[in-house]
Design a protein around this ligand. Structure first.
Ligand SMILES: C[S@@+](CC[C@H](N)C(=O)[O-])C[C@H]1O[C@@H](n2cnc3c(N)ncnc32)[C@H](O)[C@@H]1O
Length: 191
């Protein structure tokens, strides 16, 4: 089982299967990925936040709390099963009305709204053409908005991460700072 998970994670551009969502959405993760601690400096009440590759909603739910009742989260994923889990988790937390859920295509996030903050947490390495993704995200960013890209250290080695950052820059994104996130490498970008 562990070998199967490891082999899958090491494959290029694999998509995290929904049966692994227990590893993404659990109480233990909060000890090392506290969404509020990581992202509150850039998110305020009333904001519109884009969560690309939201999975079962580990970040979507706290983001929806952070933007408050006048804010919005746009949660995007390509997998029906992840979206079903996300819907159930939102309903449990009574937050369904703050989140627009979009079933994306592999090569198109299908978002046409403007956002104050965008997040791709542990998902860019699953995307076949990150340059397409970055250009689409750039089209959603309001002037002055930030875009956080965070990748897992376990299976995205430094050279691959540096390549992802280079691709982002070649699309026109500018690095603002690095992000200090456990087991991860992260960069904050802006237009
Ligand atoms: C490893 S999970 C991370 C989920 C969540 N961001 C978290 O940190 O808990 C990656 C998610 O990205 C989604 N994904 C992969 N490729 C995508 C794409 N091209 N567009 C949108 N979502 C994508 C997968 O379906 C999966 O739910």
């Amino acid at each position: 089982m562990l070998q199967k998970i490891r082999d899958m994670l090491l494959m290029d551009s694999h998509v995290c299967p929904s049966w692994l969502s227990f590893s993404l959405n659990n109480g233990i993760r909060k000890m090392f990925h506290d969404p509020e601690k990581i992202f509150s400096p850039w998110i305020k009440k009333g904001d519109t936040v884009l969560d690309i590759g939201c999975g079962p909603g580990y970040f979507t739910i706290p983001l929806a709390k952070m933007v408050g009742e006048n804010g919005k989260v746009i949660a995007v994923d390509i997998q029906d099963r992840m979206i079903e889990k996300l819907k159930r988790n939102l309903e449990k937390n009574d937050l369904r009305n703050r989140v627009n859920i979009i079933k994306a295509r592999k090569d198109d996030i299908l978002v046409d709204q403007k956002v104050d903050f965008a997040l791709s947490f542990w998902m860019v390495h699953e995307v076949g053409n990150p340059d397409l993704l970055f250009k689409q995200v750039m089209n959603t960013l309001k002037p002055g908005a930030y875009y956080a890209v965070v990748e897992p250290k376990f299976h995205v080695i430094l050279s691959r991460y540096n390549h992802i950052v280079k691709v982002a820059e070649s699309c026109g994104l500018k690095q603002v700072s690095t992000l200090d996130v456990r087991f991860s490498r992260g960069t904050l970008f802006t237009l």
